[in-house]
Write a protein that binds this ligand. Structure first.
Ligand code: PLP
Length: 422
């Protein structure tokens, strides 16, 4: 507070809110180009669809267009974009085309907004949201910022949900009289940020069965932000929307055009099967912005309508596959495995999840992290991705943003620190 400002009595949120780590990581990456960031979730500038955006931005700025894209649009988002987005989801393996109805979809400022709105509609401070261990750290921070309690579902070392562990956790919640506090379960089930793992159909079925057996018919939020960014093949599991095991649950599926298309257009969506939940989400969105940017929606709509999206995607998939391979190979070519580090080779997405030997401290304030920063490389400490802040021996590396030579260099710097500290 500077001396001329008079004090404000802030709300609980205003008092407790701190700058999100993601914002800090992005600012650091943008401010210091010499710091090689394996942390920030940027996409690669060379994949950005300049030509397509330029073409349709020009077309869309002509006068006399129906549904004028430089004008406000609908709170729920453009009808045609919702139709095309439904079609796009339905092309994934195992999806039931007839399951997708554009009236259940709403367009948002990235899928992050859809996540935030959906949580606001169902949770009060003190409520619990079940999450994978590890989970998307921005979501964990957001939940905590809202005064909620993200609670980890026991997972194996790779991030696979353990059905027995979930059953046990629900029993513990019952025993503690917390059942009514549990408002949702959040799953990042395709090329998860951060584990890079995808949930199989049978793992998802087990989650549905365990919840149902325990009488927890709570909203299920499936975050599919990276689903389209597969390398060799799409992940075969259908979404919760098409799986009959999830029929008894209110369901929300989140998708985005940021990572696979243009991050800066910041358009994503939610597909919500529960009409009342969806209506509440839309009311909150109405209060917040009464509709996402009409112009950027219209650009994406044109790209999809003209059939350019899948061609763009296949280029992006190859690009990120190559970059993931560079990161993976650089780590493999080092002695990291020999000194007890482990990771799974990603099959999609932008993230590689590393596990150091148990007991290693990779937190932001650790010598390891400071050592990395001194060497000129940044990563996301894995403890941020666990609801309890533990364990401390994991790291999230993103292969998304850096050019290939810088990516290799960043991985080498990270390895040098790991070997230095073994
Ligand atoms: C798992 C996951 N979900 C959601 C988002 C939000 O993405 P956006 O709001 O850009 O669609 C991200 C972004 O990094 C993510 O990693």
């Amino acid at each position: 507070m500077s001396h001329q400002e008079s004090p404000i009595l802030f709300s609980r949120l205003g008092q407790e809110i701190a700058s999100p780590i993601i914002v800090d990581l992005m600012a650091r990456a943008l401010a210091n180009p010499n710091l090689l960031s394996l942390a920030a979730g940027f996409t690669d500038n060379v994949t950005l669809p300049r030509e397509l955006v330029r073409r349709y931005a020009t077309e869309l700025t002509q006068e006399g267009l129906a549904n004028e894209p430089l004008q406000y649009g609908h709170n729920q988002g453009r009808q045609r974009l919702r139709e095309l987005s439904c079609k796009a989801i339905a092309t994934h393996p195992g999806e039931k085309v007839q399951a997708f109805d554009p009236s259940s979809m709403f367009i948002t400022n990235g899928s992050q907004q859809a996540l935030y709105l959906s949580i606001q509609a169902i949770c009060d401070p003190g409520d619990i949201v079940l999450v994978e261990e590890p989970s998307y750290f921005v979501c964990l921070e957001m939940l905590k910022g809202l005064g909620l309690r993200p609670l980890g579902i026991p997972c194996d070392d790779t991030g696979g949900v353990l059905a027995d562990g979930l059953a046990e956790r629900l029993k513990q919640l019952d025993a503690a009289g917390q059942r009514s506090k549990v408002k949702a379960i959040y799953l990042v089930s395709y090329f998860c940020n951060p584990s890079s793992r995808s949930l199989s159909a049978s793992e998802k079925r087990s989650v549905a069965r365990v919840l149902l057996d325990a009488g927890y018919q709570i909203p299920v939020i499936e975050d599919a932000a990276y689903r389209e960014l597969y390398f060799d093949a799409p992940h075969p599991a259908p979404s919760i929307i098409s799986m009959p095991e999830f029929d008894p649950f209110p369901k929300l599926y989140l998708g985005t055009y940021t990572k696979p298309f243009a991050t800066g257009l910041k358009i994503g969506y939610g597909y919500c099967t529960h009409s009342e939940w969806r209506d509440k989400i839309l009311c909150i969105k109405g209060h917040q912005d009464f509709g996402s940017a009409h112009f950027t929606q219209a650009i994406i709509e044109r790209v999809l309508d003209a059939g350019h999206y899948s061609g763009h995607l296949s280029g992006v998939q190859k690009h990120y596959a190559r970059k993931a391979q560079i990161l993976d190979r650089t780590l493999h070519e080092s002695d990291l495995k020999d000194v007890g580090w482990n990771w799974a080779t990603p099959k999609g997405g932008l993230i590689l999840w590393l596990r150091a030997p148990t007991g290693t401290d990779l937190r932001m304030e650790s010598n390891f992290c400071q050592g990395c920063i001194e060497r000129g490389v940044l990563y996301v400490p894995g403890d941020l991705c666990f609801s309890s802040g533990k364990p401390w021996h994991c790291a999230r590396l993103s292969s998304g943003a850096l050019p290939e030579d810088k990516l290799r260099e960043a991985a080498e710097l990270f390895v040098a620190q790991a070997l230095h500290q073994k």
